[in-house]
Design a protein around this ligand. Structure first.
Ligand code: COA
Length: 182
């Protein structure tokens, strides 16, 4: 099996990585650091060090190799600039469900349809993996939430004070789902 597989979506071509090398981990770390520096609430506080970001992606890589999660990436001329994950590994009573997580687009590549392309590729991959229900959460009224609602995700509700913004200050999160069945 090759280490990657291309999935054409719009002008972007997200591809699936089945393993990560050091260069890919460094580029994904740069994407994560840029998102946190730009104010995205994606599990980390600002400033996020290169070492902590690399440690995060090394853990992700272990899950990818174990088949627990799918990692999709997209690149521009400067390297990897966008990514999203589909978490396949779920409790035994939820084999049809997956979580979508860590949709990240570097600020240099935003507002060019990459976020939408990654979401489309994630749904295609989830279907191919036998998943019929997707769940995610997003900062309420943020860029991600706007994207998910534009793409037709169903809004479940809001949890106030769910997380801290990277520079501090509590924010609410909104839970979404998408039914791929039918
Ligand atoms: C949320 C995020 C992934 C969106 O990525 P993106 O690549 O900018 O997404 P898209 O380009 O598909 O859509 C973003 C906007 O650009 C617009 N757009 C898309 N293609 C465009 C184009 N060719 N020209 C102009 N605008 C365009 C879209 O209509 C959308 O507009 P809106 O924000 O007014 O609704 C990105 O902002 C990000 O990484 N944020 C930080 C991390 C984060 O918050 N992730 C979500 C966690 S839940």
């Amino acid at each position: 099996m090759t280490t990657s597989e291309t999935m054409a979506t719009s002008a972007w071509s997200p591809r699936r990585l089945y393993a990560l090398n050091d260069a890919e981990i460094a580029e994904l770390a740069a994407v994560l650091i840029d998102c946190v520096a730009g104010g995205a609430s994606v599990s980390f506080m600002h400033p996020l060090s290169h070492d902590r970001a690399v440690a995060f992606w090394r853990r992700v890589a272990q899950g990818v190799v174990a088949g627990e999660r799918v990692l999709l990436v997209a690149e521009d001329v400067d390297g990897l600039c966008g990514t999203v994950q589909v978490v396949l590994d779920q409790p035994e009573n939820q084999p049809h469900r997956a979580d979508l997580t860590k949709l990240l687009v570097h600020r240099r590549a935003r507002r060019q349809g990459l976020g939408a392309a990654l979401m489309g590729a994630a749904e295609t991959t989830a279907r191919a993996c036998g998943k019929t229900l997707l769940v995610l959460d997003a900062v309420s009224d943020g860029d991600g939430a706007r994207l998910y609602e534009r793409l037709g995700w169903q809004r479940v509700g809001e949890i106030p004070g769910y997380a801290l913004m990277p520079q501090g200050g509590l924010i609410a999160t909104t839970v979404y789902y998408r039914n791929l069945g039918g």
